[in-house]
Design a protein around this ligand. Structure first.
Ligand code: FAD
Length: 367
């Protein structure tokens, strides 16, 4: 194990990579240009499943399944260690009037997931607030959502309590320090920081940073907007999804409705158009929300990548540089497995799953 690992980007991926590595030993420095966990990892919905899991490749499925099993213990461990409960809330999820229901059911059978077609009356019994007119439903038991702003807060608190971790906030990384091809640290607005290895976990901004080494990484910002309501705690007992829009209940009655998918560069200004469109979706899903005013509206930038498969592993061209980025719509669900896998590779343990599926060199045509 190297002595000092520097991690660039303190979203859920950087925070959890730091947590895993620090638990193994060695010194870890995590740098963010803002406060930790204020970008996509704050803005997301926190569903602990891809929205349409059957539409993804086995590479995403493998990470998702490992992580789903792990989330409850991660939540408990963080709550016990920090007093900040990430609220892993297991509610199940109804998909309504899907076009590819047959594919979903076939996928569930192949992957042994608890997803099945149910009579639409069962969906209305389970979710009395559901809007009228839906004809078909499938339901997956056991799907949870995590209160992601609390998850990142709790991870940050856990790291602050570890003596071998340094957190540097409001410190922008501008590029990499090199000794020949080897990466030996980063350049920051506050001076150079040297390390034995560098891990790039800068979410949607990872491509920009890697470009400073002349490497084109296909990770691009995909804007997502979301609105939040506050209802009675029992208003929505499960997550519901129709026509690409979903409602997520938190334990205290907050309901998130999302999301848009926009290619708008790095602009994350919330727009009136999206607000109106999300409100319409909210009312169609849950008509009682017509009488409610959203308590918040925001946008975040997902780290979009080809097929939503993250880049996890070393870059042979630049020894000392490692990637863990490009989690697109699923960074919260995929985080535990991605960060476990990267830690395995960094410390030389047998990897928790086949690392080849995510290896940057092969996917970037660098070998
Ligand atoms: C509306 C919306 C809904 C979503 N819903 C879900 C969901 O339900 N389930 C799910 O699993 N996922 C969801 N996601 C996706 C998920 O949020 C992301 O995949 C995940 O948060 C990515 O984590 P990250 O750590 O890679 O990136 P981020 O959280 O964006 O973190 C990257 C960090 O890098 C820092 N950084 C960038 N450049 C620099 C630099 N030059 N120097 C220093 N620091 C830098 C940033 O400040 C930031 O803190 C959603 C996303 C959005 C926007």
């Amino acid at each position: 194990m190297h002595e000092h690992t520097l991690i660039v980007g303190g979203g859920v991926i950087g925070l959890l990579t730091a947590y895993n590595l620090a638990a193994h030993g060695g010194h870890v420095t995590l740098i963010d240009r803002s406060a930790m966990g204020q970008e996509s990892s704050w803005a997301g919905g926190g569903i602990v499943s891809p929205l349409y899991p059957w539409r993804y490749s086995p590479a995403v499925t493998a990470l998702a399944h490992w992580s789903q099993d792990f989330y409850p213990q991660l939540g408990e461990r963080l709550a016990a260690a920090t007093g900040i409960d990430p609220e892993v809330h297991t509610t199940g999820l109804y998909w309504l009037d899907l076009d590819d229901e047959a594919q979903a059911l076939a996928w569930a059978e192949r992957n042994r997931r608890p997803l099945s077609a149910v009579d639409i009356s069962a969906a209305y019994d389970a979710v009395p607030a559901l809007g009228g007119g839906y004809k078909r439903a499938i339901y997956m038991a056991g799907v949870a959502n995590v209160r992601n702003p609390r998850l990142v807060k709790s991870l940050k608190a856990a790291l602050q309590a570890m003596p071998n971790v340094t957190l540097r906030e409001h410190c922008e990384v501008g590029g990499f320090l090199r000794d020949g091809d080897r990466v030996v640290g980063v350049r920051t607005a506050e001076g150079d920081v040297r390390s034995d290895q560098v891990v790039l976990t800068a979410g949607a901004w990872s491509g920009e940073l890697l470009q400073t080494l002349g490497i084109g990484l296909p990770v691009e910002p995909v804007k997502g907007q979301m609105i939040l309501f506050k209802c009675e705690a029992d208003f929505l007992p499960t997550m519901v999804l129709a026509k690409g829009r979903y409602a997520i209940p938190r334990r205290d009655g907050h309901i998130l409705v999302g999301s848009t998918l926009e290619h708008a560069g790095f602009d994350k200004t919330p727009t009136l158009d999206a607000l109106e469109s999300l409100k319409l979706s909210a009312i169609e899903l849950l008509p009682a929300l017509a009488d409610a005013t959203p308590v918040k509206h925001w946008a975040g930038l997902r780290p979009g990548s080809p097929e939503g498969i993250p880049f996890i592993g070393p870059l042979e061209r630049h020894p000392g540089l490692w990637l863990n980025c490009g989690h697109y719509r699923n960074g919260l669900v995929l985080a535990p497995a991605s960060c476990e896998l990267l830690t395995d590779l960094l410390v030389g343990r047998p990897p928790v799953m086949d690392a080849g599926l995510y290896a940057p060199d092969a996917r970037l045509g660098l070998v």
